[in-house]
Design a protein around this ligand. Structure first.
Ligand code: MG
Ligand code: ZN
Length: 364
């Protein structure tokens, strides 16, 4: 009789032990979900005022309003309170504060592996889609390692040293009309890429490893007829990259929100903001269906010190004042959706975007 009681107690302890393990395992897996894919979307110069301005002119809400996990980042560079787009993007791409103008190098000008290169190294597929030349500061910072954003031809050359799978944007002239007379398109083809020029329609692309050059330099503004390029190109990149069962990393940039605000043009800013938000909507629709994709929307800095001083939501009217033609040092928002999105709330440094993503993807 005595023995039996002891046995019963042991059984209870065992059940309790197993329950504790099961509960812990369950809460662990719920607290720390891991994404398979990460899509980082950068609205260059997109501060809160640029977003609010977009809201006035949109029928209904912005797609950004669909995000529930929201944070703020500090954008200051290593040598200036106000960052430029090179140091801003390099903070995201290498996880270190660096000097204004730096492309994929740290504050001592030392090249550092970018998040895109780390993704490649870990057998993820990688890509980028931009509305400027791919040799411009933001996209360049994910691929190249040079001490000045002005070195466009060197940035172009660094593209040929990586294994990125999908590249869509402008900047073909930096590959073909070079001072060193090297035709980098030939190099890309030798490296097994299919290279499409501006005449080839994005929708028709079938290759899994390609460059699609839309322009010799930058793409036209929305007001000059860019059409639905941003969403088409973004979805083509996703459709191609998602074939990799191991996952992918994709950077998409709304490059010209910044240029609208540098021009102190509210209409240019709003048109580009709405175009970026359209791409966000398509990407988010896809991510919601996929379930394994973390989508992060943020900005490298605010541009123009834009203030919204008056307007009417009903009449879709807005008065905006720009306090500068340059960037400002104000914090910018981060919007996150998908597995791991909880990590992106709060106030933190722009460099933490790199650290949070690489930790979630488990890439080093
Ligand atoms: Mg940019
Ligand atoms: Zn700028």
């Amino acid at each position: 009789m005595k023995i039996k009681i002891i046995k019963m107690q042991k059984l209870h302890y065992l059940t309790l032990f197993l329950l504790i393990i099961a509960f812990n395992f369950n809460s662990f897996s719920q607290k720390r979900p891991k994404p398979k894919n990460v899509i980082l979307m950068i609205g260059d110069g997109m501060g809160l005022a640029q977003i609010c301005a977009g809201m006035v002119y949109r029928e209904g809400d912005l797609n950004l309003s669909r995000f529930k996990k929201i944070g703020l980042i500090k954008t200051n560079s290593s040598d200036d309170y106000v960052t430029d787009s090179a140091a801003g993007a390099t903070a995201f791409s290498i996880g270190k504060k660096t000097f204004n103008g730096a492309i994929g190098v740290d504050s001592l000008k030392k090249p550092q592996a970018t998040i895109l290169e780390l993704a490649e190294k870990n057998n993820l597929s990688t890509g980028m889609v931009v509305t400027c030349a791919i040799t411009h500061a933001t996209p360049g910072s994910f691929i190249a390692h040079v001490d000045s954003r002005k070195k466009k031809y060197e940035i172009a050359k660094d593209f040929t040293k990586t294994d990125i799978d999908v590249v869509i944007g402008g900047g073909m002239a930096h590959f073909t009309k070079r001072p060193d007379k090297i035709n980098l398109i030939d190099t890309l083809i030798k490296n097994n890429y299919t290279v499409y020029d501006s005449t080839y329609e994005i929708d028709k692309i079938k290759s899994n490893k390609f460059y699609k050059f839309t322009n010799n330099y930058h793409l036209p503004k929305m007001s000059e007829g860019r059409g639905n390029y941003s969403e088409n190109a973004s979805m083509k990149a996703i459709e191609t990259l998602c074939k990799n069962k191991k996952g992918f990393f994709l950077m998409i940039e709304g490059s010209q929100i910044d240029w609208g605000s540098h021009d102190t043009s509210l209409s240019y800013t709003v048109n580009e903001m709405l175009d970026f938000d359209n791409a966000i909507g398509k990407v988010l629709d896809w991510a919601e269906k996929d379930g394994n994709t973390l989508v992060i929307i943020t900005a490298d800095h605010e541009t123009g010190g834009l203030s919204l001083t008056g307007g009417s939501l009903k009449d879709k009217k807005l008065t905006g004042k720009f306090s500068t033609t340059e960037h400002t040092g104000i914090m910018v928002p981060v919007f996150a959706y998908g597995p791991g999105s909880d990590n992106f709330t709060g106030i933190y440094e722009n460099t933490d975007i790199f650290h949070k993503i690489t930790k979630l993807l488990d890439i080093k």
